[in-house]
Design a binder for this molecule. Structure first.
Ligand code: ADP
Ligand code: ZN
Ligand code: ZN
Length: 758
């Protein structure tokens, strides 16, 4: 009896099913099968192993087989397993995240999946059958061939051609080659096979050598770029990972293109990873001009069908291919990844927050590349502290590119102290300092463009009653509702709850509500009033809900149809606008006052990235940075683009307070409808952890937002030395979990883990 271990799209590890005799031949690792499981009639499952070990429990038979060829590759499965074990979730959850639903039919659908496309060309090969490995058996074989001289001659020729007797490096030979080289007839070969001396087996035809396919030649690299490019190659001689720290507009994308082309010339695959929102027609066009139909784009805003297409194309493609994709493209069926590029590697959106697998695509990319024997290049103008630290300590190669392409200068950053302007009543009821207004006017009159950055969407994050200070709050979450003027309503940014704006205060019946703080809508309103003839657009989650809306806003600005672009951090993602010369950061304070140890690192990255959108061609750009805390060291660091100084300052703090990169954080998150259950279970967990990890355990703490979607939240944070073996921490976590199953409230509390939280 044969059995198959299968993976279900559920929070489980594998299950064993028996293989019905008629399917025995065809069920192989990586194929999809339909199975019944629990109450559900059919799930699409993936075969992860075929074996003959009878399990201890009764097995159900597989219902049907969906693929004749594996659609999941072996390295891909190994990578999924690694993800699940590192990020403390189940391989089934990784599978669920990986496969587009079009590839996961749930009904009885033996014929849902019409096999199209992927049928690799197979060729019949010949080898000695296994029993022939003993010399005595081979002697017997020759004895038996005395009266079949044609077969005897063929067998001799076979042994000769493949070095089967003389060398362990036995050469493989195809049936047709053997027949041709031995001038034998196939009846002789069939005879040897019938006698059990030789056997046939199938093998994929190797892809032909790739043709040069560049449609448009790669750009000639500048001297500085050429040097960086050579240094990256050199770093790759001894290291698997290299960090390219290149200032904004230094031509990192050009260098990537050369490296991708190098990998593809070797017949290998390349993956270009970008943060979710940064995949625009801009970058797609740049790459497709170079790589034509070798380029596959994989984006979560694509329809399921489009994603199935990419999946199938990748299975069909033999030889070089380039995938441009977001985080989830790591889970695709690659066969031979030579290079992964992680652009904007500092972006926290590389980390999946919810649901499992809560993986960091940047870190996982390095593991995936290594599994393929490939290299990883991280690129950023403002690398994450973690990566820069690894580069400085020699774990990664480090290549720096400090000048912009062409004769283009870095923008000049001017800090404007808005608290002083307010005190002097120069700035009253306005978000714009006179200097910013003047810069915008000057740019408009030169037909140049302006980018205004405020990292909050909506009109105002908060409303407040003028007489009693009551503020509307979300009924489901522990946060106040943000005011959105466009739709004249209040919104929860955590659960999406909406309410119409209160006409009067429910606490004191007061009639006047005032706004506190401001978001992009308010900026837009004021810009309209200040610059009535300018064409304005807004780029934030509200205005760019769909891919096409997002693309249109960017295209309009690129083509000069809009003059002023107001937006949130969506603006900072690697966009290349030639004609924007002024960047206004309306209020840096809101970035700095976050209760998070990464707040300053993030604020630096955001401000420098947004600034980097200015003056990317001939004309030097200017950045007006408004803040009420100009004396903060971080502001000066942004002003001077003193990246290394920022790093040193922050690393000092991190070391002192036991944060990454010196320590690894693992969060354990508890959520329950009942606050006391969340509290009780998390408290007991913490006790258990302390017995094993002592001081390394923090909490349970009540997070700043302590309730979301009607679930009360508690959090335990484990701070483990970065040098500690992660496997032992994992086994402690598992030990505690098993112990906790007996807790009376265990079932009422959802627990999940967040490894390396961002
Ligand atoms: P980065 O990715 O570092 O921000 P880009 O690769 O977008 O920089 O380069 C900035 C601009 O300069 C782009 O418009 C790009 O086409 C142009 N550029 C950079 N390097 C070259 C080059 N070697 N030849 C031609 N154009 C270049
Ligand atoms: Zn009131
Ligand atoms: Zn809410």
């Amino acid at each position: 009896m044969k059995y198959a271990n299968v993976l279900l799209p559920l929070p489980l590890d594998t299950y064993t099913y028996s293989i019905p005799p008629e399917m025995e031949e065809s069920v192989v690792e990586g194929c999809r099968v339909l199975i019944s499981f629990g109450k559900k009639k059919f799930y699409t499952a993936i075969v992860t192993a075929v074996h003959e070990n009878t399990p201890l429990y009764d097995t159900k038979p597989l219902h049907s087989l969906l693929d004749l060829e594996p659609i999941i590759r072996r390295p891909q499965l190994r990578f999924w397993e690694w993800l699940a074990s590192y990020y403390l979730c189940k391989t089934g959850e990784v599978y669920n995240a990986a496969l587009p639903s079009g590839l996961k039919p749930e009904g009885d659908s033996t014929n849902v999946y019409k096999k199209k496309g992927y049928t690799p060309k197979m060729q019949i090969h010949v080898r000695l059958s296994e029993v022939m490995n003993e010399a005595s058996r081979l002697q017997e074989a020759f004895d038996s061939l005395r009266r079949a001289p044609a077969q005897e001659a063929l067998l001799l020729r076979y042994l000769d051609l493949t070095h089967a007797l003389t060398s362990r490096m036995q050469k493989e030979i195809s049936k047709s080659d053997l027949l041709e080289l031995s001038s034998s007839r196939s009846s002789a070969l069939d005879g040897l096979v019938k006698r059990g001396i030789l056997e046939y087996y199938e093998k994929e035809i190797p892809s032909p050598q790739p043709q040069p396919y560049s449609l448009q030649p790669l750009s000639q690299l500048s001297d500085a770029q050429e040097k960086a490019y050579a240094e990256i190659h050199e770093a790759f001689l001894t290291k698997d990972i290299c960090l390219l720290h290149g200032v904004t507009s230094s031509g990192k994308t050009e260098i990537y293109s050369h490296l991708i082309s190098d990998a593809m010339k070797l017949g290998r695959q390349a993956l270009f990873l970008l943060p979710e929102i940064a995949i625009t027609t801009q970058i797609t066009e740049r790459l497709s001009k170079l790589f034509g139909d070798k380029l596959l784009v994989y984006h979560s805003k694509f329809s399921d069908n489009e994603r199935v297409e990419v999946w199938k194309k990748l299975l069909d493609t033999k030889g070089p291919a380039l995938v441009l994709g977001v985080r989830s493209s790591l889970l695709l069926p690659f066969t031979d990844l030579g290079l992964i590029i992680v652009d904007e590697e500092h972006e926290s959106t590389y980390k999946q927050q919810d649901p499992d697998p809560r993986y960091n695509a940047r870190n996982a990319a390095m593991v995936l590349a290594r599994m393929h024997g490939g290299k990883t290049l991280l690129g950023s103008a403002t690398p994450s502290l973690d990566s820069y630290y690894n580069a400085m300590s020699g774990k990664y190669g480090l290549v720096e590119l400090t000048t912009r392409h062409g004769d283009c200068l870095m923008p000049n950053v001017e800090v404007v102290d808005i608290s002083e302007l307010r005190r002097k009543k120069i700035m009253k009821d306005t978000l714009f300092s006179p200097r910013l207004v003047q810069a915008i006017h000057a740019a408009l009159s030169n037909s140049e463009q302006i980018i205004l950055f405020q990292n909050r969407r909506g009109f105002a994050p908060m409303l407040e009653c003028k007489s009693c200070s009551w503020t509307p709050r979300c009924p489901n979450c522990d946060v106040s509702l943000a005011y959105h003027r466009t739709h004249h309503r209040m919104e929860c940014h955590y659960c999406g709850h909406v309410e119409y704006v209160a006409i009067q205060c429910p606490a004191c019946n007061g009639k006047e509500l005032k706004t506190l703080g401001f978001g992009t809508e308010k900026v837009e309103e004021e810009v309209e009033a200040l610059f009535p003839s300018a064409k304005i657009a807004r780029l934030d989650l509200d205005s760019a809900r769909s891919r096409s809306a997002y693309e249109n806003i960017i295209k309009d600005f690129e083509k000069g149809r809009t003059h002023i672009l107001i937006g949130t951090q969506m603006l900072s993602k690697g966009l290349d606008f030639g004609n924007a010369t002024v960047v206004g950061i309306l209020n840096a304070d809101s970035l700095l006052n976050y209760p998070d140890f990464r707040a300053h690192e993030r604020a630096y990255q955001l401000m420098v990235q947004v600034s980097g959108r200015a003056g990317r061609r001939q004309k030097q750009g200017v950045v007006i940075l408004q803040t009420s805390q100009p004396e903060l060291p971080l502001i000066r660091l942004v002003e001077q683009s003193a990246y290394k100084e920022m790093v040193n300052l922050q690393l000092g703090e991190r070391r002192k307070f036991h944060y990454p990169p010196y320590y690894r954080l693992i969060e354990i998150i508890f959520r329950s409808k009942q606050e006391e259950f969340a509290q009780a279970v998390s408290t007991e967990y913490a006790v258990q952890f302390r017995q094993r990890l002592g001081e390394r355990v923090l909490g349970p703490v009540i997070p700043v937002v302590s309730r979301v979607q009607n679930l009360y939240i508690r959090k335990i944070i484990l701070k483990v030395e970065a040098t500690a073996a992660i496997a032992s921490v994992r086994s402690i976590i598992e030990e505690v979990r098993i112990k906790m199953i007996m807790h009376p409230n265990y079932k009422q509390v959802r627990v999940h883990y967040n490894v390396d939280p961002l």
